[in-house]
Design a protein around this ligand. Structure first.
Ligand code: HPA
Length: 270
């Protein structure tokens, strides 16, 4: 708790008590939302006490404060993954700091492989539920009672009202948005064909290497979450190709404008 308090006290000092209403986590290849932001403050992760520092080149490590759709937000440009070698506690550290800074809702994006045979690359999937296939989770260990209960409910990790609003916005703007279950795997290797098959059978529509730890930490703190996947590759028999990071980034970049529009419009409605 002390490290969280020190980090948030440092940030508060830097941003002159600018209080963000919403937190946003941007996934692989999805950093361009920041261009739509009227930036008030931008802090490097490396300057914030106890903050982990990103090791993946495709993620730039900045905490950006500003206005999006007329509302005050804090954006994590670059997130932390378990596969980078961080503990789960480190992975969710920024989410907990956001809560201490006063955010009331959390918006999360990621790049994911599509398991539903109907999906195409660069489509958006609003996450309605998840399956945690990571080897651990951020709530293991002594409970931080100041943040939330020992046994948090997980029957509705994604805010139903925001899901409905997102679908309304999508039909208004002609966005072809899917809904589905996201499975979170540790990575960093992608899946074998047998693993994709398995993950599909157990009930997932998309698979990726992030998001679920952050969502668990948010739900623990009673912070409503909206999350969306950008489908960057297809993991369906007959459609599975060798995945290279560039293809994932290209597919994410193509979907970026739609994702930004969706999150911006959703934020306006909160
Ligand atoms: N598997 C896991 N993570 C991913 C994938 C995938 O196919 N695509 C993007 N992130």
């Amino acid at each position: 708790m002390q490290t969280l308090q020190e980090a948030s006290a440092y940030i508060r000092e830097q941003i002159n008590s600018y209080t963000p209403d919403f937190g946003i986590v941007l996934g692989t290849g999805l950093g361009a939302l920041v261009q739509d932001l009227q930036i008030a403050y931008s802090l490097n992760y490396s300057d914030i006490p106890h903050f982990p520092v990103s090791t993946v080149e495709s993620h730039s490590g900045k905490l950006i404060f500003g206005e999006l759709g007329g509302r005050k937000v804090v954006v994590m440009q670059g997130r932390f993954h378990y596969y980078e070698g961080y503990s789960m506690e480190q992975v969710v550290f920024p989410i907990r700091v956001m809560k201490l800074l006063g955010v009331q809702k959390l918006f999360v994006s990621n790049a994911a492989g599509g398991l539903d045979p109907e999906f195409n690359t660069s489509e958006l999937m609003v996450i309605t539920d998840h399956i945690n296939l990571q080897p651990t989770n951020p709530l293991i260990g002594k409970n931080l009672d100041e943040l939330g209960p020992r046994f948090p409910d997980m029957s509705e990790p994604y805010d139903e009202q925001m899901i409905e609003q997102a679908l309304e916005i999508s039909s208004q703007h002609g966005l072809n948005v899917r809904t589905g279950v996201y499975a979170s795997v540790p990575g960093p290797m992608l899946e074998t064909k047998a693993e994709y098959h398995y993950i599909r059978i157990i009930g997932a529509d998309a698979v990726g290497m992030s998001t679920v730890p952050e969502v668990i930490a948010a739900v623990h703190m009673n912070l409503p979450v909206f999350a969306v996947s950008v489908i960057t590759d297809l993991c369906v028999p007959g459609k599975i190709k060798k995945v290279v990071l560039k293809d994932i980034l290209d597919a994410a970049a193509k979907a970026e404008p739609n994702m930004t529009l969706l999150i911006k419009e959703l934020i306006k409605r909160q």
